[in-house]
Design a protein around this ligand. Structure first.
Ligand SMILES: Nc1ncnc2c1ncn2[C@@H]1O[C@H](COP(=O)(O)OP(=O)(O)OP(=O)(O)O)[C@@H](O)[C@H]1O
Length: 248
């Protein structure tokens, strides 16, 4: 499959607020795409749609070849979502770890109980991932015993447990103290280098977007107004609106 995510002519309004106005963009297998833009421009809404957490008013969203917002019934939609879920890793701004479970239990919960991966296999993968995100010493800790940066690295490891084809990352560092941000971003960069996983990343960290993205889309008022490699969109944008946003 060449495209792992496709938005075609997606419109979305919340009440009288038009949040997305005919957005079309796609993410190819192994491609890394960053969404940048001012607060309220619709970035998170797009990401939530890719995960099936919001539905478009019109247009279509296809995640891993499955239309996530379409279907004749709620049952169809749920079935479609379950189909894509194993291929999808999602990390949001808040860590969303299960607070009563150890780090290891958090990682193996869905693979073992939902995807029915043998427990030993899941534990092995969890140990491998925790080592890669620098959390080997925290396997048996509970989330409350970890710093925000460590929790976010655990959430990243958890999202990778099923070897997803597509990772959705929504402002994963914006709730962190500044000194913890770089550690988390480094982990994401190394994952991008080591795993065959496409990424759609919403970030306000332009340096990070520059390092990680093959393609950057600049959103403004619900439209993708400029797209291209970081060397263009971040370092030499064509549009005045983009130039102002990146501080040129
Ligand atoms: N569930 C909702 N109900 C009502 N309005 C919403 C909802 N979700 C988002 N919005 C509104 O939609 C607009 C776009 O929000 P979105 O979170 O997608 O923007 P964003 O570009 O991600 O912003 P930020 O960078 O601040 O996270 C905002 O005006 C927001 O208030």
């Amino acid at each position: 499959m060449n495209e792992v995510l496709r938005f075609a002519g997606v419109r979305k309004a919340f009440g009288s607020t038009e949040v997305l106005q005919a957005v079309s963009l796609s993410v190819k297998a192994n491609e890394r795409v960053a969404l940048i833009g001012p607060s309220g421009s619709g970035k998170s809404t797009l990401l939530r749609m890719a995960a099936g957490l919001e539905f478009p008013d019109s247009g279509s969203v296809e995640t891993l070849g499955t239309p996530v917002g379409e279907g004749r019934s709620v049952r169809d939609i749920r079935r479609n979502l379950l189909q894509v879920r194993a291929g999808l890793g999602v990390v949001f701004q808040s860590y969303n770890l299960f607070p009563h479970m150890t780090v290891l239990a958090n990682l193996i919960e869905a693979p073992v109980h939902v995807q029915k991966v043998p427990r030993e296999q899941a534990v092995e993968r969890a140990h491998d991932l925790l080592e890669r995100v620098g959390l080997s010493a925290k396997v048996d800790s509970r989330p409350a015993e970890l710093s925000g940066g460590q929790q976010q690295r655990a959430a990243l490891a958890r999202a990778l447990m099923t070897r997803p084809q597509l990772l959705l990352l929504d402002e994963v560092t914006s709730a962190l103290d500044p000194q913890l941000v770089d550690g988390v971003l480094e982990v994401i960069v190394s994952i991008a280098e080591e795993e065959n996983v496409a990424m759609l990343v919403v970030t306000h960290e332009l340096g990070f977007a520059r390092r990680i993205a093959d393609t950057v889309h600049f959103l403004s008022e619900g439209n993708v107004v400029e797209s291209g490699p970081p060397a263009q969109v971040i370092d030499a944008p064509l549009l005045q609106r983009t130039r102002e946003f990146v501080g040129l």
